[in-house]
Design a protein around this ligand. Sequence first.
Ligand SMILES: [Zn+2]
Length: 479
Amino acid sequence: MEREYVEQIADRDDNYSQWYLDVVQRAELADYAPVRGCMVFRPYGYRIWELAQAKLDRRFKETGVQNAYFPLLIPESIFQKEAEHIEGFAPEVAWVTHAGQEPLAERYLVRPTSETIIGTMYAKWIQSYRDLPVLINQWCSVLRWERRTVPFLRTTEFLWQEGHTAHRDEADARERTMMMLEVYRAFLEDDLAIPVVPGRKTENEKFAGAVDTYSTEALMGNGRALQAATSHYLGDGFARVLGIEFLDADGERKPVHMTSWGLSWRVIGALIMVHGDERGLILPPSVAPYQVVVVPIAPESRREEVLAEARRLAASLAATARVHLDDRPEYTPGWKFNEWELRGVPIRVEFGPRDLEAGQAVIVRRDDGTRRSVPLGEAAGVVERELAALQRSLFDRAARFRDEMTHPAATVDELEAILKDRRGFIAAGWCGDGACELAVKERTGATIRCLPLDAGAPSGACVCCGRPAVHQALFARAY
Ligand SMILES: [Zn+2]
């Protein structure tokens, strides 16, 4: 029986959130787990994560970062050392209180983030300025109890990486903070084709225990913002409470300056929402599990000869791309086209009896639907060029959309009208007072996503109170 996949996903314009959930499920990226707030990362989705992870991990290592692994459980006494930190995370922490039937002498929490446990080890390892810097990352899952959950965007347990570094002084730690922000920007833009705005978070929005938090902010297809990665300068606060001190060259004992930085599987949600269309997912070739799917089209009588040549074609493409030959006889070509479109495969190659006779194949791009016939001998080269072009055009399209959806506002009324009308990023002056930021949030639901690094000198007045603007801020409703 022919199934129409496209009819199985909600209309993207009418019901964006249902469209998102449908794509997650129908593309088999993830499924709901029998654990409240948790999801199962299915093989197709997990493969995207693996490909993205490998690219980001290589970028980390190019800056001297090494991977390690620390325990899942953190003793309460350690976690409580940094007061702001515990206060920030307390409402969403899960506690382990028993081993079997026996109550534990000390409670453990399931890590919501690992600054304290990692810092505790750094206190042992760092003695001298010669031991610095320490540049460690871990790939793991963390747990933050959430009330409302959405696959990839907000789940109780989620996969991420957290980097933790220790430095001799503030300048070195701040340099690392900005370096990792740039690593994230390059990864998001060059590998995931997601344009981002790098900037600094306000006091209200920064990480619990950080001196400064920086983030990369992306705009989703429905005009809502999503924070795609963060990089924190932690100062010496964690070092002081955890006793991470070193003997400097001048003979003085000093606390280290620290950073932490993280990116989670939220970026999979961003991939769906930045690139997807009414037919489903569109994956950037760099992280597509299959960059090319070859679909043979053959009547029963010529099946074997078409299939034999399709296999040769797939093998020749496999030298330069991740290729899948969909030779399942129980599905029609039309059904397969729909399925691979829904699952976001960048390029489809159609191959039928007429192509066999003409010695050619038909290449179809997922992003714009363009089709072209190419001689078999040139197929590999054309596919390679088209994949590169598609990667670029996904980024360009998303950047254009982001620019078109960024509007200035001079007053809260204007800001509110833009949000009602078309959402998007709103660039506005801000006096720097947290009370103004909260007033805007209360009235419009928009928060300051970041103070963009390239915003230039502020001009005009605070969008809220009318006093002179100290910052140019980027407001949006966010996930
Ligand atoms: Zn103000």
